[in-house]
Every structure is written in structure tokens, then in C-alpha cells.
Ligand binder design. Structure first.
Ligand code: GLC
Length: 602
């Protein structure tokens, strides 16, 4: 694996709408981000990804772009953006924007022109189809796959029966036309761009280069696997009573995305040496080297194996909860899959997911543990994902241990994906109580509530009315209070970033081999990182009970302890760890086993 400038960095995701509001309109903005660059520097952050700030109707919170070359006035101006780039540069920080090019907004001028003239040039920018109604007997067009064909509500036979990610059919009537329809795999305000059209690709490459020329370090690449569709459109067996099938079914059959991705890399990212991280959920067996190998389409991609674990296409009420052992096997298998190939991007949460501490620490533990152990557990989770191989990402608020927000009713929910999931569950007869509980576990709003800067009104996020409800926990969990507490989650995150960059250990922590440890012991999450002459052990007693755990070699030095200050019982052969206690240790003898041991049962 070739070494890259970004390998030793720490990355951070900002969801601008909820980060910091500098002008009191209740919406976070770019000047607010600039004000907080020093804070991020102090935390140890080098790469900053901004979720979209382009001009947008915000139907999907900015992932519906109506002008790729402008900033939405709610977030600021292009001058603000230029200032952000310049200020970040001064601090040796790199700004990465979201690249949303599977679709644009229905308010983008390309789509407006397509609506005016579906058979003209801009009609080819999208997937538009002129459709016919089913005949009276209800029989469908011959080539539409008679078994699974579906109709629009007014009887037009649709080209395929795929279900949009946000619910319902992927086909929507083209505004101003009776028999023309367009494809949207996300929301109906997000028409899919037709990547098969070389003109569309040219437009996209021009835009990417324009931003990179401006000094952007690169992009996080949104929903990118969806750019390749199965064509001609076809139907699949429905997986719900709505007669539709999950998009993932189509993606399994879609082949050839690599030629688009390779072209995009060669025309844009490669000449700029840009850093790119793909949002890739559905890569196929054996495709990792093509995606993130030395000459991959992207620099890196996110590890979503634990994110999607236990998800069911049948609905959120059917999603299974992830146990610590499930989490460990996801994390470790991705480490093994990427070994020698590329650098994965490690996360515990993002703007589409619940808070990591509310998902990967068993909720029953979170509810029953004393406060001190809850904080230890948050630090344990942070330690575990931070020191596996790859680029560690912190999502805003994670560094202070922000938790899911409690919902009292569906009226409190903003997220379009949650509202669809609610409708699906209610449609299937799930009680309001159960459906709300499932929304509480999975809603994207959990991560989108405003950053809790302080205990003052508006959580220090805004002087106005916040666009989204503030998590009522902000009086207990907030940055101001944690800054002054040496034992806080925040100060622990600072230690994590500092250790990863410590010249004495960074070679091992960044490039060292990964090796699971005590993998057969339930609720221990442990691994070794080895480089020439140095071995580091991360050992977490990921449960509430105190346990004595064997050591593979005597400890040379404890580098990090999430319960620093509490006495530590440690011998050459084992260590006693209280609930969720987690250590990062440099081992003696290069960490090679110096005696045999048997592993204890839980
Ligand atoms: C990605 C984004 C998500 C958005 C979707 C459509 O998954 O992370 O927030 O809704 O793409 O752009």
C-alpha cells in the first residue's frame, strides 16, 4: 500500500445546519464553522468534511442541490466559503465537501429545462420515460415483466417496480406532462442524473475541477453506487405488499459502475491529488482493490458493516439490535478484508445514523450503569474504533458523547426517512408505541440535533430558535462543562488524537498490522497492532462486570487508560479490568507470546 499524505490525519464531519449558528436564525452556517476552526484544531482535527452547503431547497437537507456553483444563503456566501478555505489552510486543515451527483434537485435548471422539453437536450440529463396506460383488462406491456409490473396511481405502467430509498415508487410524473415520468431513487425532489449521457459526466467533471481548483482538498462522495442502473429497466420480485422491491436488488445486478468511477478519478481527483471518501454500501465481492487500492476510484471509503448489521428491508421494526460481539466481528472482518489493500474510513456515527454510543453500547447497559461507567463505556467505544487500521472520523458531537434524542411523538420528527419508516410500520399494523420506539432507535434526527456547546439556552448553538429540537440532555452533556473536566469524554478524545499522532507510536498505530486478540471471549474487544519492533495492545472489557483478562506479553507502558486515576491491578500475565475499562498498552518483547494461557469465560 502506497503511503499518502492523509493517512496520519484525523477527520471530522460537520453537519453545517446543526453545528454553530453565528447569526441567530436557528440554522448553523459557514461563518459559524470558521469561528470553531480553532476548537477543531485543539481537538486534533486535520480533515473536515462539510455535509452539503450548496444552494438547495433543503428537501433532503442539502442533498438536493439546485446549484452546484453557489452556496445556499442560509449557510452563507461564496465569500464565506473562500474565507473558510483560507482560514483552514492557515491552520493546516483540509476542507472536503460533499459531492452529490447521483441526483440533483428538481429545482436545478437542468431539470427545469427537461420539464419544459422532455425530448430536448436536457431530457437526456435524466431518466425520463413516456408511458402508456395499462389496458382495461389490466394487462401490462409485454416487455415490462408481466408478473411484477406496477402502475402509477393513475394507471400508467411503470418501467420498473423499484422502491425509492425514502419510500414509494421511483417514478414520478414529470411536472407539466400527463404521460411523462422521471426516475428518482431517493426523494421525488431528487431526480436521478443520467450518467450514461457523456454530456452529464462532462458537466459533473467540470464542476468537480472548479471546486478543486479553488483549493478544496477533496470530496465525500454521496450515494455513488447508485449512478449505475440496470438498463433496460426491469422488475424484480416484490419484497413488501406494496408490490415494489428494494433498490439493493437492482444494484446487485448493475454492472459497470467502475468505468464511470475510473473516468471521474482520471479526469478530476487524480490530477489534483484530491482526497476522496466514498459512501459505498453495495460494493461486490472482490471489488475492494478497485475502490480503495493504490489506484482505486477513491482514496478511502467508509466501513458501514456495523452500520447496516441486522437491518431488514421489511421495515425498521424488524431491524435487529447489534450486540458487542456482533460489533466486534463486523469491525474485525473489515480489518481483515482491507489488509494490504487500502485504508478504510472508520466511524461510529454520521448524519444518517443514530448516535454511536446509543447503538454500540447496549442500551440496557446505558440505562443501568452508574454515570461514571457510562462515561467509561463511551470512551471504550471511542478507543476501539479509533486505533484499528484506517482513517478515524469523528462526527460532530461524538467527541462530547452526545446521545440519541428521546421522541415523544412522530410530530417531533423532521427526517424524511424516519417519516417514511413510520408510515411503513403503521401500514403494517405496528402500534404507534412500537413504531415510535423503532424511529427512536434509527432516526437520522438523532445525529442531526444541534451541537451542544454549553448549558445556556439554545445549547450555545443559537441565540434564536433552533431549526431542530435540541436534545434535552444538553444541560448535562455539553462542551463547556467537559472542557473544564479532565476526565470528560471530550478531553479523552483529545488524548486519542494526540496518541495517534505521537511520533513514538504513530508508525504502529497508522501502518501496523492488525491482529485480533481474545476473539473467542465474549464481550472483550481487543486487538494488537504490530510494526517492526513495536506492539500495541488495545484491550477493552466491554461489559459491566469486572474481569481478569490475560495479557499476551508483559506490559512496557500503559499509553491510555479510560479510567485513569483508578488503581490498576496488573501483573506480567494478566490485568483486572472493571466494567468497560479499556487500556492501550505498549507491550514488551515486541509483544510476542511469552507464555500460554487459557481464556476465561464470561
Ligand atoms: C446519502 C446521504 C443522505 C442522503 C442521501 C441522498 O446517503 O448521506 O443524507 O439523504 O445520500 O442524497
Amino acid at each position: 500500500m502506497k503511503r499518502q499524505w492523509w493517512h496520519d490525519k484525523v477527520a471530522y464531519q460537520i453537519y453545517p445546519k446543526s453545528f454553530y449558528d453565528s447569526d441567530g436564525d436557528g440554522i448553523g452556517d459557514i461563518p459559524g464553522i470558521i469561528e470553531k476552526l480553532d476548537y477543531l484544531k485543539d481537538l486534533g482535527v486535520d480533515i473536515i468534511w462539510l455535509s452539503p452547503v450548496y444552494r438547495s431547497p433543503l428537501a433532503d437537507q442539502g442533498y438536493d442541490i439546485s446549484d452546484y456553483y453557489n452556496i445556499d444563503p442560509r449557510f452563507g456566501t461564496m465569500e464565506d466559503m473562500d474565507r473558510l478555505l483560507a482560514e483552514a489552510k492557515k491552520r493546516n486543515q483540509h476542507i472536503v465537501m460533499d459531492l452529490v451527483v447521483n441526483h440533483c434537485s428538481d429545482e436545478h435548471e437542468w431539470f427545469q429545462k427537461a420539464c419544459r422539453d422532455p425530448e430536448g437536450e436536457y431530457g437526456q440529463y435524466f431518466y425520463l420515460r413516456k408511458l402508456k396506460k395499462a389496458d382495461k383488462a389490466g394487462t401490462m406491456q409485454k416487455d415490462a415483466g408481466p408478473d411484477y409490473s406496477v402502475c402509477s396511481p393513475d394507471g400508467y405502467v411503470l418501467p420498473c417496480n423499484w422502491r425509492s430509498y425514502f419510500g414509494g415508487q421511483v417514478w414520478e410524473k414529470l411536472p407539466g406532462h400527463e404521460d411523462w415520468f422521471y426516475l428518482h431513487v431517493f426523494h421525488k425532489k431528487q431526480p436521478d442524473l443520467n450518467w450514461e449521457n457523456p454530456k452529464v459526466r462532462e458537466e459533473i467533471y467540470r464542476m468537480i475541477n472548479w471546486w478543486l481548483d479553488k483549493g478544496l482538498a477533496g470530496f465525500r462522495i454521496d450515494a455513488i453506487i447508485n449512478i449505475k442502473k440496470v438498463l433496460p429497466f426491469c422488475n424484480y420480485a416484490p419484497d413488501r405488499p406494496d408490490g415494489l422491491c428494494d433498490i439493493s436488488r437492482m444494484l446487485r445486478d448493475a454492472s459497470g459502475v467502475g468505468s464511470f468511477l475510473g473516468e471521474m478519478r482520471d479526469r478530476t481527483f487524480a490530477p489534483h491529488q484530491a482526497f476522496t471518501v466514498g459512501e459505498v454500501f453495495n460494493e461486490k465481492e472482490g471489488e475492494l482493490p478497485a475502490f480503495i487500492g493504490d489506484h482505486g476510484y477513491f482514496s478511502s471509503m467508509f466501513d458501514f458493516s456495523e452500520t447496516v448489521w441486522g437491518n431488514s428491508p421489511a421495515g425498521w421494526h424488524k431491524h435487529k439490535g447489534i450486540t458487542p460481539d456482533n460489533y466486534r466481528s463486523c469491525l474485525f472482518s473489515m480489518q481483515q478484508k482491507t489488509a494490504g489493500i487500502g485504508f478504510i474510513s472508520n466511524i461510529i456515527e454520521n448524519h444518517d445514523e443514530p448516535r454511536g454510543v446509543s447503538r454500540y453500547i447496549p442500551p440496557e447497559d446505558m440505562q443501568s450503569m452508574p454515570e461514571e461507567m457510562r462515561i467509561a463505556a463511551k470512551k471504550a467505544l471511542a478507543t476501539i474504533y479509533f486505533f484499528v487500521k484506517g482513517l478515524p472520523w469523528i462526527y460532530q458531537g461524538q467527541e462530547i458523547g452526545m446521545e440519541n434524542i428521546p421522541f415523544n411523538s412522530i410530530e417531533e420528527v423532521d427526517d424524511i426517512a424516519s417519516l417514511d419508516a413510520w408510515n411503513v410500520m403503521r401500514g403494517e399494523g405496528i402500534s404507534a408505541e412500537e413504531a415510535l420506539a423503532a424511529v427512536g432507535r434509527h432516526s437520522r434526527d438523532n445525529a442531526r440535533t444541534p451541537f451542544q456547546w454549553s448549558a445556556s439556552p439554545g445549547a450555545g448553538f443559537t441565540a434564536g430558535t433552533p431549526w431542530l429540537r435540541i436534545n434535552p440532555g444538553y444541560t448535562e452533556i455539553n462542551l463547556e462543562q467537559q472542557m473544564h473536566d479532565p476526565a470528560s469524554v471530550f478531553n479523552y478524545y483529545k488524548k486519542l488524537t494526540a496518541l495517534r499522532k505521537d511520533p513514538l507510536f504513530c508508525e504502529t498505530l497508522i501502518y501496523g498490522d492488525f491482529e485480533p486478540y481474545l476473539e473467542d471471549v465474549s464481550r472483550v474487544i481487543a486487538y494488537l497492532r504490530r510494526a517492526a519492533g513495536q506492539t500495541i495492545l488495545v484491550l477493552s472489557n466491554y461489559c459491566k462486570e469486572t474481569r481478569s483478562l490475560p495479557l499476551p506479553a508483559p506490559v512496557k507502558k500503559v499509553l491510555l487508560d479510560n479510567c485513569a486515576g483508578s488503581p490498576l491491578q496488573i501483573t506480567e500475565k494478566d490485568v483486572v479490568l472493571t466494567g468497560y475499562r479499556t487500556l492501550v498498552m505498549e507491550m514488551l518483547n515486541g509483544g510476542s507470546l511469552c507464555y500460554s494461557f487459557s481464556t476465561p469465560a464470561l
